[in-house]
Ligand binder design. Structure first.
Ligand code: SF4
Length: 497
């Protein structure tokens, strides 16, 4: 028996947000195990730690950089082979630091399959890509699209999520496209003279700078975008709907990359070609059909503003009215935006939010404070941009603190939280509070979650229920009565749709 430990976003094993998210990675691992006929169970790391029982056998851990404390605690209970994958291995030193048997870097499908077939003896794995040992790695490379299409996530594995998150009420992420086409480099670090000599693909940089926004590891870890086959996505969604999943997120660093790699390959330009509207239309129309047939709700995860125009917004509006969509603005200052490697200007991001709002979607805007080169002027402009997106109708403004991630251009930068950073954070809290107050008195459709809680079906803050505890997965109507915090509102059940 193997154990898949899902530590994604667990942090110190006390997740405060994203409690209703079931990521795509652990189900992909489960799919590989199923294809080899191997028995497994899957657990959230918090449940594993709560049980506190020793496990003997092979453990496959999926984690992000921030989850190292939770992983370190879990490892104390494991006696056997320990393999780790996910964004946490962008720091290759994690394998030695945590005394693991093996790490899998970037795209791990081929590597994991081979390890399961051959064992963890390094001498038998020399030709297998993306393996991280305590004292070195095999060749690190990206999958070809053909290799990528060979693997399918498990549907049944979702049923292991029966605590928090619970599969009957949580957002289950279905990967539709992997990675991001922003292969520009942050101007803060590059010499423009050398840039001019670069080949157009820009996969490798002669100056040794990882691709993408300076704070993001996605293009470096996963390479140019690759879309899944429509049929395989639809099969997975139908399977999930049949086992009782009620909320599906079509996931990817940018949904608008879907099908673009069929227009140009490798795809390393975040602007041209335009999104593949035919591929997007075809996928969304079929998912929409399944959603009506099985009664689940769906949304897309992110969109890059550089790919949003009138046509794109109209198409998304046709299938995704009243659903949320995440747009990164990050800084309000144009110069700063170029320095950090953004694929578009703040003005374009604000315009994208406006277009999507007008098309009937509910954009969430993202900003980052304490980025390298943040100064009084850029912070003031960021606050201005936050006000603009709020006035245009962005439903939520999320501000993250800059974290220097391994494998990014900014990995060696120090975080300096100053008075300007605090102003940015406080302003977001204020704006979000105003937006949430507007919810008071509204009736929203929600799905009952463990405890006396519910999640709004089409996105929004968690609702604490004042009257009763419906069965998990039951669809209810809730009247919002109070705003408790930035993340929580209260309401009472007033019916079933
Ligand atoms: S932040 Fe977004 S646009 Fe920038 S590299 Fe990452 S995924 Fe691409």
């Amino acid at each position: 028996m193997l154990l898949i430990l899902d530590a994604l976003a667990a942090g110190k094993a006390r997740r405060l947000s994203s409690l209703d998210v079931i990521g795509a990675g652990p189900r992909l691992i489960a799919g590989i195990l199923e294809s080899l006929g191997l028995e497994y169970k899957l657990m959230r790391v918090e449940d594993f730690l709560k049980k506190g029982r020793k496990f003997s056998g092979t453990v496959l851990i999926s984690a992000m950089t921030m989850d190292e404390p939770a992983v370190a605690r879990a490892l104390k209970l494991i006696d056997g082979i320990k393999i780790i994958g996910g964004p946490i291995t962008s720091d290759l030193g994690v394998v030695r630091r945590l005394n693991l048997d093996l790490g899998i870097w970037g795209e791990g499908e081929i590597s994991l399959r081979e390890v399961l077939l051959r064992g963890v003896d390094p001498s038998k794995l020399k030709d297998v890509p993306n393996l991280v040992f305590r004292n070195g790695t095999t060749k690190l490379r990206y999958l070809t699209r053909e290799e990528f299409l060979m693997f399918k996530p498990s549907v049944n594995a979702v049923k292991f999520y029966s605590t928090i998150p619970h599969y009957k009420c949580s957002r289950v992420y279905v990967e539709v496209v992997r990675s991001c086409s922003n292969f520009r480099r942050p101007k803060l670090l590059v010499s423009q003279d050398i840039c001019r000599l670069c080949p157009s693909e820009r996969i490798l940089c002669p100056q040794g700078i990882p691709p993408g926004c300076g704070y993001c590891s996605i293009p470096y870890l996963y390479g140019p975008p690759k879309s899944r086959d429509e049929e395989s996505i639809l099969d997975e969604i139908e399977g999930l709907a049949k086992v009782g999943v009620r909320r599906i997120v079509l996931s990817g660093a940018d949904f608008l990359e879907y099908g673009r790699d069929l227009l140009k390959n490798p795809l390393t330009d975040p602007v041209s070609p335009e999104p593949n509207l035919d591929a997007i239309d075809s996928l969304l129309s079929k998912v929409s059909y399944l959603s009506k047939k099985y009664g689940f709700y769906f949304e897309v995860e992110n969109a890059k503003p550089s790919l949003v125009d009138e046509k794109v917004a109209k198409l998304l509006g046709k299938y995704l009215k009243n659903t949320t969509i995440h747009i990164g603005v990050e800084t309000g200052d144009e110069k700063h935006s170029e320095l950090i490697g953004r694929p578009c200007s703040p003005e374009e991001s604000i315009k994208a939010i406006k277009l999507l709002k007008e098309a009937g979607l509910r954009p969430y805007a993202y900003f980052i404070h304490s980025l390298p080169e943040q100064n009084r002027r850029s912070a003031a402009k960021t606050i201005e941009a936050m006000r603009s997106v709020f006035e245009i109708g962005a439903e939520k403004i999320t501000v993250y603190r800059f974290r220097p991630l391994p494998g990014t251009a900014f990995e060696k930068f120090k975080v300096r939280v100053d008075a300007d950073s605090r102003k940015i954070s406080k302003y977001a809290i204020r704006l979000n509070r105003v937006r949430k107050e507007l919810l008071v008195g509204n009736v929203v459709k929600a799905v009952a979650a463990p405890g006396a809680y519910a999640y709004p079906l089409q996105g929004g803050p968690v609702i604490r229920l004042k009257n009763g505890k419906p069965k998990i997965g039951e669809i209810i109507e809730v009247k919002i009565t109070d705003v408790v915090s930035d993340r929580l509102v209260e309401g009472f059940i007033c019916g079933a749709p």
